[in-house]
Ligand binder design. Structure first.
Ligand SMILES: NC(=O)c1ccc[n+]([C@@H]2O[C@H](COP(=O)([O-])OP(=O)(O)OC[C@H]3O[C@@H](n4cnc5c(N)ncnc54)[C@H](O)[C@@H]3O)[C@@H](O)[C@H]2O)c1
Ligand SMILES: [Zn+2]
Length: 333
């Protein structure tokens, strides 16, 4: 048996190669991967070979939003896990540093994260993975739904950081996959209204069809308790914070703007709080629950599916197909 994998060799050079099937090590499960969501970071490595200081120095398998079935277990793992559908939480922390001990394992400086150089990702037919971070999917959901637990976890964490709760008026800037999931999670957390902005008419229409107040950036009116920035566009930070009510929370999820101006008198007079988001901690079980209860509709966000052989197309689609949201690669087809 082979282990076909999507290996990025250099900018714009993604090849399908056969790699050995890994063995499940101590504390690991071997997973037959069924679905891998394409993230902006995969596309960024494909186009630039680096993200900030994370530079690719050798070929790397892409992908980190994955789910599949357990086909073998290593030492110390219950063989009853064989057959389970699992969602792979891609960042495995060291569990021993002060951040891990404080419960903030997303801030572990020693985290091993799929498809972050030099660690291979999961756009492969088989992956050996830490059993504790291979979360059992609830009954009744599919592998591609389970794979969406990754971006939905980002959305859960962003809403927790902003303390979104019943009655909150929430503004989400950016209606990409992350912004859409953030809006859906805000609603499930009890937000009284969710307004979402984007420049892309298709993405606005999808958000509107899900019941959100979807508008162009220039058409945002009113006052909000929480603003969750998911576009990465620098000027959005200033305009969003000016629309916050007293004691409002500004949550920065989007990446791309290295610096952004803030309105200091507004921040002071209204006692605003600005919060960063780095991935998530302890969110996978919640995300899977929201997906299986249909409080978060992930199928409405998946617009394209490709077999492994077409993974180059999966990487380039985002740029030339405005009517797209989440792209999923199916390594077994
Ligand atoms: N902090 C984290 O841990 C974390 C995790 C995952 C993703 N991200 C970041 O979240 C962001 C969103 O991810 P995505 O996959 O949805 O990306 P995406 O690029 O698909 O979506 C961004 C959306 O913002 C829209 N946009 C651009 N300018 C805008 C403006 N001025 N106002 C409103 N919308 C505007 C774009 O049209 C696009 O639809 C990215 O920057 C990504 O890097 C952060
Ligand atoms: Zn740690």
């Amino acid at each position: 048996m082979a282990n076909r994998s999507a290996v990025l060799h250099a900018v714009n050079d993604l090849r399908i190669e056969e790699r050995p099937i890994p063995a499940a090590g101590t504390g690991q499960v071997l997973v037959r991967v069924a679905a891998v969501g394409v993230c902006g970071s995969d596309v960024h490595y494909f186009e630039h070979g680096r993200i900030g200081s994370h530079l690719m120095r050798s070929p790397m398998i892409l992908g980190h939003e994955s789910a599949g079935h357990v086909v073998d277990v290593g030492e110390g793992v219950d063989p009853a896990r064989i057959g389970q559908l699992v969602a792979l939480e891609p960042g495995v922390p060291d569990r021993t540093c002060s951040e891990c001990l404080a419960g903030r394992y997303n801030l572990c400086p020693n985290v091993v994260f799929l498809a972050t150089p030099p660690v291979d990702g999961s756009m492969s037919q088989f992956v050996a993975f830490d059993a504790s971070f291979a979360h059992v999917a609830p009954e009744g959901i599919t592998a591609e739904q389970a794979a969406m637990a990754e971006p939905v976890s980002v959305a859960v964490w962003a809403n927790r950081r902003g303390q979104v709760g019943p009655g909150d008026r929430v503004l989400v800037t950016g209606a990409g996959p992350i912004g859409n999931f953030v809006a859906q999670v805000a609603r499930s957390f009890g937000a009284s209204s969710v307004t979402i902005s984007d420049l892309n008419p298709y993405r606005l229409a999808v958000a509107r069809s899900m019941g959100f107040d979807a508008r162009l950036p220039g058409e945002i009116e009113g006052e909000f308790d929480v603003a969750i920035e998911c576009s990465g566009a620098a000027p959005v930070v200033l305009s969003s914070m000016r629309s916050l009510a007293r004691a409002g929370r500004m949550v920065l999820v989007g990446m791309g703007a290295d610096t952004a101006p803030i309105d200091v008198p507004v921040l002071q007079a209204r006692e605003l709080t600005v919060l960063g988001v780095f991935r998530y901690a302890n969110c996978y079980p919640i995300a899977l629950g929201l997906i299986s209860s249909r409080k978060v509709d992930v199928l409405g966000v998946i617009t394209h599916r490709f077999g492994l052989a077409e993974s180059v197309r999966a990487m380039t689609l985002a740029h030339d197909e405005p009517e797209s949201l989440k792209v999923v690669v199916e390594p077994q087809s």
